[in-house]
Design a protein around this ligand. Structure first.
Ligand SMILES: [Mg+2]
Length: 242
């Protein structure tokens, strides 16, 4: 798999590996949705569903303004805990989770592997690279998406499997601990600036995949170590690191 398409910027994006030690990459952490698997999850509908649950519980709209969907559910639950106690807090979180899962499950219809995802996973595994998936999807949707795409990975950490998830670096560090690989010998690969942010905070190298439909300068602000147009571009990055 040579001649992989790179997107290069002339804006000072660092494309050289920067890790200490021998510099070799021993582990790859993948985001799932949009990176390895293409689903049709309607994230606006997901947010709307959670906001509806939160407002129905009597939380003011201002209290959740500017928060992402998952944080909205947790924050609203924390407010309810203070106001009405643990039972109501847990109940709200449960209803919010159920509404999110319903939207996520609907988005699985027609899910397919991202271009070259299976081939690249196989090649990395064959070469002895440790692999993990770190995803904000729930476990049920993660497993269903991977099964639909006939994809397997030795370590898979969904949002249900960790106390803190991306962009919190703890999510990545948990996966690396399970793989027994130091952050400096790992690369985080994702289709969203949040993946890059999490990787940098965890101390890994970072690769951004520009998915179809996104502008080529999508990652300029988050400045990953490399930006690739599809997953084939990951192989020379991993095997070229010294
Ligand atoms: Mg993604």
């Amino acid at each position: 798999m040579t001649n992989a398409p790179f997107i290069t910027y002339n804006s000072g994006v660092n494309t050289q590996p920067t890790a200490a030690g021998d510099g070799a990459i021993r582990a790859v952490l993948f985001d799932l949705d949009g990176t390895l698997v293409l689903t049709h999850i309607d994230f606006s509908a997901m947010r709307a569903a959670v906001v509806e649950v939160v407002l129905a519980a009597g939380i003011e709209r201002e209290a959740i303004e500017g928060l992402d969907t998952l944080t909205t559910a947790r924050h609203a639950s924390a407010i309810l805990r203070e106001r009405h106690g643990e039972d109501e807090a847990r109940d709200l979180l449960h209803r919010a989770e159920e509404s999110m899962i319903a939207v996520e499950m609907r988005g699985l219809e027609g899910a397919e592997p991202a271009p070259f995802a299976r081939e690249v996973l196989r090649e990395l595994a064959d070469q002895g690279i440790a692999l993990a998936i770190v995803t904000r999807n729930c476990r049920r949707v993660t497993e269903a998406a991977m099964a639909l795409c006939d994809m397997a990975c030795p370590v898979v950490l969904s949002r249900d499997d960790v106390p803190r998830y991306k962009p919190d670096p703890a999510h990545l560090l948990d996966a690396l601990q399970r793989l027994d690989v130091a952050p400096a010998a790992a690369v985080m690969v994702g289709d969203h600036p949040m993946d890059i942010q999490a990787g940098r905070a965890a101390g890994t190298r970072t690769v951004g995949v520009v998915t179809p439909g996104r502008p080529p300068d999508y990652f300029v602000a988050s400045r990953p170590d490399r930006v690739i147009a599809d997953l084939r571009g990951l192989l020379p990055f991993v095997f070229g690191a010294t």
